[in-house]
Design a protein around this ligand. Structure first.
Ligand code: DGL
Length: 268
């Protein structure tokens, strides 16, 4: 029987943190990854634009034969997931619900912090998902837009990164949270520095790990003779994608193909 791939999309390279976790848990699955590097960032864009891009991204993955769509991008998951679910027949999963479930499981006090892009925080998607499950929860959220370029620059332990972490996260310490959701694909890259600042008492929820655990529940990984293949598509700048990919995955990736998405699309 023909092997159909898992399709993953993100606004760019950050979704490789999700790819990394899924690859670890599904060594025999084929995976197609699409990073919309021409139109990144999604964080500051309007919901309408993010929905339109997300539909195009998912359609492209389906045309490559994807049997399931994993929306690695938190901003897309926050504003476009319901549209994608309604639009396509294959299962579509996003990071909000798995991240929420993981946070609720970890939190003892119900004081939960959420950080993400402006779009994710503005959407209130995590807040509402938590409130639906525990109405006594006290949830605090804040957009941390500067974390994205710092992660992409590879400034994992740089003084500027430490200052930025302090500026964004100090208020969460004052609020006495016991759990923090890293609600953006890029934030797991800064996890060691964030952990260093917050200390061990505050638990971190990595939405990349959370969604790969959820996928494990709905997709049994069948052992086959051959290991799964990975294919990477971007909409611009393969070199930059390759550079940051090596930072996230600790090895270069190939092949990377460029595809222009719009109403119609073509692989260059
Ligand atoms: N991938 C985006 C997210 O997880 C972060 C980068 C962007 O703003 O596009 O929300």
């Amino acid at each position: 029987m023909e092997k159909k791939p898992i399709g993953i999309f993100d606004s760019g390279v950050g979704g490789l943190t999700v790819y990394r976790e899924i690859r670890k848990k599904f060594p025999y699955e084929d995976i197609i990854y699409f990073g919309d590097t021409a139109r990144v960032p999604y964080g500051p864009k309007s919901p309408q634009t993010v929905i339109q891009y997300s539909l195009q991204n998912a359609r492209f993955l389906l045309q490559q034969g994807a049997k399931i769509i994993v929306v690695a991008c938190n901003t897309s998951s926050a504003v476009a997931l319901e549209f994608l679910k309604r639009h396509f027949l294959v299962p579509v999963i996003g990071v909000i619900e798995p991240g929420t479930n993981a946070a609720i499981e970890k939190s003892l006090t119900g004081k939960i912090g959420i950080i993400g892009t402006e779009g994710t925080i503005r959407s209130n998607a995590y807040m509402e998902a938590i409130a639906e499950k525990i109405d006594s929860a006290e949830v605090f959220s804040s957009a941390c837009p500067l974390f994205v370029p710092l992660a992409e620059e590879g400034w994992l332990d740089h003084p500027v990164t430490k200052m930025t972490i302090r500026k964004y996260l100090q208020p969460f310490i004052s609020k006495n949270i016991d759990t923090l959701i890293l609600g953006c694909t890029h934030y797991p890259i800064l996890k060691p520095a964030i952990r260093k600042f917050l200390g061990k008492e505050i638990k971190l929820v990595d939405s990349a790990i959370a969604i790969s655990n959820e996928l494990k529940e709905i997709l049994p990984d069948k052992e086959t003779e051959s290991l799964g293949k990975s294919q990477f598509f971007v909409s611009d700048n393969e070199e930059k994608f390759q550079k940051i990919a090596s930072l996230i995955l600790k090895h270069p990736i190939e092949p990377i193909k460029t595809v222009k998405l719009g109403e119609s699309w073509y692989i260059e």
